[in-house]
Unconditional design. Structure first.
Lengths: 264, 250
């Protein structure tokens, strides 16, 4: 095996491992459109990064965190429904990013790579970013697990019991933003949230507790990354779609297998 | 504020848009006391409870409570997401402190030990209310706040649930603030009834309130028959928005 596939595998597994539990919260809290919006807005981050000639990873993280903060702020002072706000931001930022990219014809960039992920682009430096950010998100998840769960099950009950509800919600949004920013290169802007949504959904059927679902999601995510990268390596398919298709396979299997077993 | 006083609400007012939901509402809850909040739908009962819990800020007025008052809150209902697998036990663990009683002890107190390992989504309405009560108890509450505790519980279950709440009050000597529509069931065990319709229409011991003209005006004689029947001329009635309309006696 060559270096780039090892890099991609390590990076993908780091992301899948953390995306499992974090994605479970995205599923429970119905934040999937939220994730999509952050992902779309990161294309604007790339465009601005290219325009200003700064490190792209830093640009994407900065823009992702900026938009996460903006969303938290707009949510609190709501004048429009969250759904509408997300719709405006998601497509507004995506369109604006594309516009800037098309105007800056100094650099030829691999747009497909950003939209759907590109294995060949994962270098050692990216690996450090992905590893570091995944570790940070994992630590935060462990530290505040019970609080996050209490807020998710019943926000007001948690608040009366003294859980800092507002702070934990903001922290969760920032964690989702961070993970999306670093995993963009491997999965791509358009498919990133699927790695947060599909593995927990596949793990749901077998889980009895939130923890089982979270760990199950990590395992399904990890297997999807392995399967997807194999597909990508041997048939030269794009990395992001390959991983997502594998994850969808696991999801279908988890729902169809019990029914099929019962029949036979 | 004397020691036994758990909550002292003074002149609470709040407006949503141009709708006055609460107007100069004052009440106190003391240790060991059961205060029942009654009133028609949309009278502002839940809003008042949310203000007392600190979930909502009143536009004027203030809430006094002892520092670190331990409140056990039982919300009106709990919606569990279909995607969330969680057992009764894990749900109760979410609220545990170092000083909380063991979970099986709390479950025993509300008589649902057998549900410990059941999925929260699979239990019945009546069982869910007991689980919520157990969660409130895990706070070792000095004050229990119950928002329609018997909602979705069948008739015989309702009486049992109120009996249980009464036992808990006696055992823990905690104050109870409760919203309830089940007047015939709660009145006998209530120390103070506050009849709310945006403002406090009347308050006092149940036997006093049940003969109060403004109470009869709100609930009608049929409901009042459950308690004691005694009629007065009202000194005011309510228009469609709940505003007080004084009218002259003839």
């Amino acid at each position: 095996m060559t270096d780039f596939i090892i890099n991609a595998l390590v990076a993908g597994l780091c992301i899948a491992f953390v995306a499992g539990p974090l994605g479970a919260f995205v599923v429970w809290r119905r934040m999937s459109y939220f994730g999509d919006t952050l992902a779309h807005s990161s294309l604007l981050g790339i465009a601005i990064g290219i325009l200003m000639d700064i490190n792209l990873q830093v640009a994407v993280i900065a823009s992702s965190i900026f938009f996460a903060g903006l969303l938290i702020f707009l949510e609190r002072n709501k004048t429009l429904s969250t759904d509408t706000l997300l719709g405006i931001l998601a497509h507004g930022t995506l369109a604006f990013g594309m516009l800037i990219l098309s105007l800056s014809n100094t650099v030829q960039i691999n747009l497909m790579g950003y939209l759907f992920g590109d294995l060949l682009t994962i270098g050692t430096q990216d690996l450090w970013w992905i590893g570091g950010c995944s570790a940070l998100v994992a630590l935060l998840l462990l530290k505040y697990w019970n609080g996050f769960l209490a807020v998710t099950v019943h926000e007001e009950l948690a608040k009366v019991e003294g859980v800092p509800v507002g702070k934990l919600h903001a922290l969760m949004v920032l964690m989702v933003a961070l993970l999306i920013a670093v995993s963009m290169k491997i999965i791509g802007v358009l498919l990133i949230t699927s790695l947060l949504i599909i593995p927990p959904a596949a793990a749901r059927k077998l889980a009895e507790t939130p923890e089982q679902m979270a760990i199950g999601a990590s395992i399904v995510g990890g297997l999807s990354v392995c399967g997807g990268l194999l597909l990508s390596y041997f048939w030269d398919t794009p990395a992001g779609p390959s991983i997502v298709v594998t994850a969808c396979g696991f999801f279908l299997f988890s729902y169809l297998a019990p029914a099929l077993l019962r029949k036979s | 504020m004397d020691n036994s006083c758990l909550i002292k609400a003074e002149d609470i007012s709040i407006q949503f848009g141009d709708r006055q939901v609460l107007q100069n509402v004052s009440l106190t809850i003391k240790q060991g006391q059961v205060l029942t909040l009654i009133g028609p739908n949309g009278a502002g009962k839940t809003t008042l409870v949310r203000i007392i819990l600190g979930l909502l800020k009143p536009q004027s007025g203030r809430i006094e409570k002892p520092q670190n008052l331990r409140i056990g809150y039982m919300p009106q209902k709990l919606h569990v997401e279909a995607t969330m697998p969680i057992t009764v036990r894990r749900f109760l663990e979410l609220a545990r402190h170092k000083s909380s009683a063991p979970i099986d002890e709390i479950l025993q107190e509300v008589q649902i030990t057998h549900l410990m390992h059941h999925q929260l989504r699979s239990i019945s309405g009546g069982e869910m209310q007991r689980v919520l009560l157990a969660r409130a108890l895990s706070q070792q509450p000095q004050l229990l706040v119950l928002d329609e505790p018997a909602q979705g519980v069948d008739v015989s279950g309702q009486a049992e649930l109120y009996q249980l709440i009464n036992d808990i009050r006696a055992r823990h000597n905690c104050g109870v603030l409760m919203i309830s529509h089940d007047l015939h069931l709660v009145m006998a065990k209530t120390d103070e009834v506050v009849c709310l319709n945006h403002h406090i229409c009347c308050h006092g011991r149940p036997e006093q309130v049940s003969v109060d003209p403004s109470y009869l005006a709100l609930f009608g004689k049929k409901e009042a028959k459950n308690l004691a029947v005694y009629t007065h001329n009202h000194n005011h009635h309510h228009d469609l928005t709940g505003e007080v309309v004084e009218h002259k006696h003839d």
